[in-house]
Design a protein around this ligand. Sequence first.
Ligand SMILES: [Fe+2]
Length: 431
Amino acid sequence: MKNQHTRFWEYFSKEIYGKEVFTSSQENLTLEIDQQTLFETVVKYCEDIRDGQWGVRLYVGDEALLDGSGLGRVEAAKQYFPNKNDGSFEKYHKRMTSLCEEYCLIINDPERIDYKLFQWCRSFLTPLFKNHGMNNIGIYNALFVGNYRKTNFGVHFDAESVFQIPVIGQKSMRFWSAEYIRENPELVDSTEYEDHLKNSVHLSSEPGDFTYWPKKAWHIAESDGEFSVAMALSLQEYSDITPYIVNNLLLPQLKNSREIHDQFELDGRPGDDLQVKGIPFDAKNLEETATQIPETVDKIFSKLQALTGSDQAKTLWLKILSSFGFTTPPELDTSMKFSPKNIYHIDIKYPVLTHLLSDNTRLVASNGHFFQFTDSPETQVMINTIATTSTLSGNEILLLSEHLDAETRQAFLDFLCASRALSFASATSAQ
Ligand SMILES: [Fe+2]
């Protein structure tokens, strides 16, 4: 007989997901989010904020000190960041209320440095994926900390399904249907909606519950000024995923190459290949010029072709699947090095995944990170064993990988540890 948890997710996937706003009762969250680890993650995030890369947004009173568009006011914002001395969310809040009346700190992608949170999300989402399938495409978290009374950018909608998971305090949301907003466009981006309360749905949840809304639900967060910490686990549901693929597959590579080139130019020492040459142009015979695609244009299209071949589609899919859909999976922990003396635990529910590429290279993906080597039958046995055995000793792993040359072997085994495919279970007695 199916248990209550299984029945709930079958019902939720069929009747609620993508369709209705919803609040779950206590029994459907089987795991708690560890508050203290989350606090340490937030502190680390705020310490590491740099180059606009890491998403921290901060609103104090009516001021947007960090609105996600740059770091212009990061110095002014720093005094409002949580720090180690605060020690906990509650103590941080106490300090904040001595500095200001109302604030909201938002951390984007905390899973990037919080593997436990990533694991939590993976367990939470697994029954949904089993029943409904994966979302289309891309997942991220945003953590909201503060006592603000309303979302300061007003009533809005996002192209994503959101699970709002309170960690401390109560969270309340107000919703309107897309149809109602179409008839009442003055509500868009507004924080004044008293005349529309009777046409809204109001949902609250506390730690242990969650609130869900589909992408078509217009919403605003409300609060009575009490302190809360809540995670918004957002599942993008784009009907056209081209922008996602372009942003995540093509743009980072192209942007990187442009920046390198610009840097050479700025340094005043462009190499020969960066000298800008004239494009061939025959004024007397433009018909002939039309048949000659300039080398500079041709080169770009060859490059784009290489970035969009079938190997690239395989690679992107492996990245998405091994990250469990998360756009920024946990970073590699390079302090974790392989040791033959250790016993390793392997979570075979989330195994290393692999594809053979067209140049006979085997691509191995673990939690969103890659390793590549030349394929061989021994390599396949090794990968298969690592994907399907829940405990292996360091010595067993060494034996499985002895066909690799020493340098590749060390790098691969360290990669398995840094990406948490192998997690340290215990050390054998040193002999
Ligand atoms: Fe939103």
